[in-house]
Design a protein around this ligand. Structure first.
Ligand code: ADP
Length: 542
């Protein structure tokens, strides 16, 4: 529908409008605001019933509509791919277009954006926003009246478009240089970090990598191209060492693309010397919550691993070799005790001293055994020797031995008469003994200790429940960590190794161990669940 419009066609009015556009460009850097001001200023000299400003992105070939006004109503922006409509043609050909009588002159596709105005525009002036050879957008005015525009209008709109194009181009350049500034600050931060760091985008392309990351890839590092995915095409060509690093990184990078984190993935690289590298990938989420790339930290942990291996070897050798003199000492102390009983049965102080020697050598042997087990667990060498075992008889043996250690505690056993399974008897004895001696040690005021065996489906559950010091809820998950000790129990003798080894033994049997407690001062229960490997001859729970 044609709108009654009487713009001032005097040259003076156009000059004034141009000056005001210039001022607006100097005053605002906000595209939306600029769009509205352009509409107002151009509207003083031309019919702007329909008015559109769009920006063109060369890379994606998309036109982003900054704003569109239809009969005074501002319509929402949007974007469209470069096509063959009159807006796209102006961008594609870099030529302005003046149409005086659209229904006669065409082109056929008249409007890119749906509007509610009935009928179709009859006149338009559409000009590209060009900077040198580049088109960065398009400006279009349309009227529902025929012959609404002439050559002077075309010339005027081209002048406006030139100014607008240069201003927007300058803003974009300034924004780009700010981004480069930000990027170089990021580079500076990354280069201060001693660990290798890779920053990846959503497509797994390397956006940034710092000097330590480059050096981890060896001579190849300098050749890693930013903006390229670190995929097999790249590392497949590399020499062995760099190739192995690339391959180890692949699952971490794949994980990041799915938004998954990877922690401490270790790989041993054997090329011009042995190196152990540890990768940690942390995903970055986009504002919408989807994966948007991530950061990979690469750490050379060769020294730490070598030291750890040396420590384990030393511990293993020491604990193994020290057991022999400890055994010899115990045998000698036993013989001495026997000798004393024969030659001086009344010498109680001497007998007490020899007993002390016996107790201490036993303690030393226990500690050495624990240390040896610890090194075995750490090295993954905790081998099981399973055989048909009656778990009830095994637990009864341990209960008898541990009951002998305390007159303040009463150990009560509940369970079937027999319970056969395929287990490593010596190792399970060690677990039950650890749980029972703990139940005594951490119940210093004495009390009852209930040991219950119960078959549930294909599993047997053993629980050891004491009335002792109890454990706070937040400490329960840490109990089975190496060297972990509950703070309140630090006054009592202990090393924090026993439960760690117990867990390894139970896990090696395909079972599970855990603890529950109603809190400090309210006792604890340790639970052990083992699969019955051999059909049980059970009587059910007592
Ligand atoms: P240790 O007893 O030699 O310190 P463990 O690994 O057997 O080593 O136990 C680890 C820690 O768990 C103990 O130091 C203690 O703090 C806690 N703990 C174990 N058993 C009990 C229990 N029955 N009651 C309360 N705390 C316990």
């Amino acid at each position: 529908m044609a709108t009654a419009f009487t713009p001032s066609r005097r040259p003076q009015a156009r000059l004034t409008a141009l000056r005001r556009v210039q001022r607006a460009l100097a005053q605002t850097h906000d595209l939306g605001q600029l769009f509205r001001q352009l509409h107002a200023e151009i509207g003083c000299v031309m019919d702007t019933t329909s008015f559109l400003l769009g920006l063109f992105d060369e890379t994606s070939e998309m036109v982003e509509v900054v704003g569109q006004i239809e009969a005074g109503l501002e319509l929402p922006g949007g974007s469209f791919p470069l096509g063959h409509g009159f807006l796209s043609e102006a961008i594609r050909t870099r030529q302005p277009r003046l149409i005086r009588h659209w229904s006669v002159e065409g082109p056929r596709v008249q409007v890119q954006y749906a509007t509610k105005t009935p009928g179709l525009p009859e006149s338009t002036v559409t000009v590209p926003l060009a900077v040198a050879q580049r088109v960065i957008g398009v400006l279009s005015v349309q009227s529902y009246a025929r012959d609404a525009y002439d050559e002077d209008d075309l010339f005027f709109l081209e002048s406006v478009a030139t100014q607008v194009a240069h201003a927007i181009d300058a803003w974009e350049r300034a924004e780009a240089s700010r981004a480069i500034g930000r990027a170089s600050k990021l580079e500076a931060v990354l280069s201060c970090i001693t660990d290798g760091l890779l920053v990846l985008d959503a497509a797994g392309r390397i956006v940034s990598l710092n000097p330590p990351a480059r050096s981890i890839f060896g001579s190849i590092g300098a050749g890693i191209i930013l903006g390229q995915p670190l995929d097999h095409e790249q590392w497949g060509q590399w020499p062995l060492g760099a190739n192995v690093v690339g391959e180890a990184l692949a699952p971490v990078i794949d994980g990041l693309q799915r938004g998954e984190a990877h922690r401490d993935v270790e790989v041993e690289v054997n090329a011009s010397g042995r190196r152990v590298l540890s990768f940690t990938g942390t995903p970055i989420a986009s504002a919408a919550g989807g994966p948007a790339g991530g950061v990979v930290v690469i750490r050379d942990v060769t020294n730490q691993r070598d030291i750890a291996r040396l420590r384990d070897d030393l511990l293993s050798i020491a604990s193994h070799d020290l057991r022999t003199p400890a055994t010899v000492l115990r045998i000698q102390a036993q013989m001495l005790m026997r000798e004393l009983g024969r030659v001086a049965p009344a010498d109680v102080p001497a007998a007490e001293r020899v007993q002390l020697m016996l107790d201490q050598t036993d303690r030393l042997t226990r500690m050495l055994n624990l240390l040896l087990d610890l090194t075995r667990v750490e090295a993954g060498r905790l081998d099981l020797h399973t055989e048909p075992t009656d778990l009830v008889a095994l637990v009864q043996r341990v209960v008898r031995a541990v009951q002998a250690l305390s007159i303040d505690h009463t150990i009560r056993l509940n369970g079937p008469r027999r319970l056969e399974g395929e287990w490593d008897a010596a190792r399970l004895e060690q677990v039950v003994q650890n749980l029972l001696t703990n139940a005594i040690k951490y119940a210093p005021d004495g009390g009852n200790i209930d040991v219950t065996l119960c078959v549930e489906g294909d599993n047997v559950t053993v629980s050891v429940c004491d009335e002792g010091l109890g454990i706070a809820a937040d400490e329960l998950p840490n109990l089975f960590n190496r060297f972990y000790r509950v703070a309140r129990t630090s006054g009592l003798e202990g090393s924090g190794i026993g439960l760690y080894v117990c867990q390894a033994i139970v896990t090696a049997h395909g079972g599970r161990i855990w603890a529950t407690s109603d809190g400090p001062g309210r006792g604890s229960t340790f639970w052990l669940r083992l699969p019955l490997c051999v059909g049980p001859d059970q009587d059910g729970c007592a």
